[in-house]
Design a protein around this ligand. Structure first.
Ligand code: C2E
Ligand code: CA
Ligand code: CA
Length: 511
């Protein structure tokens, strides 16, 4: 069908829509996968932080136990208790040193024995824990001091930072894991830091121990979400791309469908591309113009003038034929009404109507509107119904034809002789005219059988008192034959081809 005007812009738009319908699922899927990856990483840091807190608490339990056992000894002379202090260091795997305190003063140390150092409880987070960069013995190894006090008595046990950073390293693996005590913190490389802790950019979490005064911070370095996706999701990516391709293909097919003939015709209807052409119908005897048949043309912006048999079947199929005919009738009324003064007696205006237009009573309104454009008696509106597509006699159609006749609208059976309407049918619908199909006219003087049929039709119409119109009259011989046989009206190229409205009105004035 040479009707699809595929302009470059349209094709461009279609390509964009196809690309979008292909990309959209990929992008959406990508976003969902990204969110899923972030969730997975978040869960992973949560688990890691929980595990780290658990491990640190276990280590601190061990360290705190040493301090608890030593606390009752605080106040006794250092010489008497220093062995007990060393025993704790030896017995407990994580304890590096122990100290006894009296009145905020360290007076006895597992390492030095008698020793003097003032301490301030305020340095300790919740009076309990202090993370230090090092001590005079090992200035570069961080250590964690656990302090226990009761009245003036106090005991302290220290934990080597090595154990702590070990835990951070082993549990953390790919996660950035930090131990924070008060304002100080320790990283997995064993380094001691002071000041505000920088939150990790990806899946950050901070978890506070419910039992000791420390916190664990976990997270991932920048770009980890993408790295995770590229290592874990390749099969899902392939699936996404597959879906994208399927969706793009569906988008493409749907658009192709939407630019189907009926959509194209809907567009054409909206931009008034369907226009009426007029072919004169003449009196059989005088050959003066008795009327015209309105024939639809598609004034296509790309294809030029399109013949009705190329698009009417699609219009019927899509139901667009009804609004198209309505538009044609309005245009016809607008064109012919101003020229009505040049009509010599009632002018026949034939409009082709399809069966689908007769399903309800809308046609009555369309005809009423059409007739109201003309002075009463100026025209005869003739609806042409093709014999190939006969109307079912139902309650509605009977009502329709009654109302049409009441309005003065006439009915013609088009292409008569090619279908199989019975006499009963002709009576039932109160038919006024028969239009002899042009195939019979073309056979005049050529084929004896066709001429026989033609003669019978003419005879029949006379018996039924029906007007008769012969279509497709191209030669004088045909015209003479038909006139001699009493055919009332003739239509064909011999008298005039279908022509645009302005040309028709011009010609009408000259007749
Ligand atoms: P139709 O109703 O039988 O219309 C007569 C067709 O014969 C017209 O073709 C006309 O141009 C053509 N014709 C007229 N005189 C001659 C002639 O001397 N020799 C030859 N060979 N052909 C002649 P057209 O305009 O191409 O229309 C074709 C068909 O399309 C029409 O056949 C009609 O069935 C349909 N049609 C046209 N306009 C409409 C419309 O508005 N509504 C509907 N439903 N159908 C329409
Ligand atoms: Ca017709
Ligand atoms: Ca015909």
């Amino acid at each position: 069908m040479p009707l699809n005007a595929k302009t470059r812009r349209k094709r461009g738009k279609r390509l964009v829509v196809t690309l979008l319908s292909g990309l959209l699922p990929v992008l959406l899927g990508g976003v969902i996968l990204y969110m899923q990856a972030e969730r997975t990483l978040q869960q992973s840091t949560e688990l890691t932080a929980e595990e780290a807190v658990r491990q640190f608490e276990l280590i601190l339990d061990n360290t705190a136990q040493a301090a608890r056992e030593l606390l009752p000894l605080a106040g006794q002379p250092c010489n008497d208790v220093k062995l007990a202090l060393r025993e704790q260091v030896t017995r407990r795997p994580f304890v590096r040193s122990t100290n006894l305190v009296w009145d905020n003063n360290i007076y006895c140390s597992s390492l030095f024995g008698d020793y003097q150092e003032k301490i301030s409880a305020g340095d300790y987070s919740k009076g309990q824990l202090l993370l230090m960069k090092g001590n005079p013995v090992t200035p570069d190894t961080a250590l964690l001091v656990y302090r226990l006090s009761e009245g003036k008595q106090g005991a302290m046990s220290t934990l080597d930072g090595y154990h702590l950073s070990n835990v951070l390293r082993m549990i953390g693996r790919k996660t950035v894991l930090l131990l924070q005590v008060g304002p100080n913190w320790l990283s997995a490389d064993g380094a001691f830091h002071e000041g505000v802790l920088m939150a990790s950019p990806v899946a950050p979490i901070e978890l506070t121990s419910s039992r000791y005064a420390f916190e664990v911070a976990a997270g991932f370095p920048k770009g980890e979400t993408w790295r995770y996706m590229s290592s874990e999701y390749p099969p899902l990516f392939s699936l996404l791309i597959f879906f994208g391709m399927v969706s793009g293909a569906i988008g493409h097919v749907l658009q192709k469908r939407s630019s189907s003939p009926s959509h194209e015709m809907q567009r054409a209807l909206e931009s008034a591309e369907f226009v009426p052409y007029f072919q004169p119908v003449v009196h059989g005897d005088t050959k003066t113009w008795s009327g015209a048949e309105v024939l639809m043309r598609w004034n296509h912006p790309k294809e030029g003038l399109v013949r009705p048999d190329l698009f009417i079947p699609f219009a019927e199929h899509s139901g667009l034929i009804v609004p198209m005919t309505r538009s044609l009738m309005r245009q016809t009324a607008a064109l012919l009404a101003p020229a009505a003064s040049s009509f010599d007696g009632p002018f026949h205006i034939g409009i082709n109507i399809t069966a689908s237009h007769c399903k309800d009573l809308d046609l009555v309104e369309d005809c009423r509107e059409f007739l109201s454009a003309f002075a009463p008696g100026a025209i005869n509106l003739v609806l042409e119904l093709t014999e190939r597509e006969l109307i079912e006699p139902t309650a509605i159609t009977h009502q329709l034809f009654e109302q049409l006749h009441a309005l003065g609208v006439m009915i013609a059976i088009d292409d008569f002789g090619t279908g199989h309407s019975s006499l009963g049918y002709l009576r039932q619908f109160n038919v006024d005219f028969l239009k002899i199909d042009q195939s019979f006219v073309a056979m005049i003087g050529v084929d004896a059988l066709s001429r026989h049929i033609l003669d019978s039709i003419i005879e029949l119409s006379a018996k039924l008192d029906l007007g008769i119109v012969a279509e497709g009259v191209e030669t004088e011989a045909q015209s003479d034959y038909l006139a001699a046989h009493g055919v009332n009206f003739l239509q064909g190229y011999l008298f005039g081809r279908p022509m645009p409205g302005a040309e028709f009105i011009n010609a009408l004035r000259h007749h």
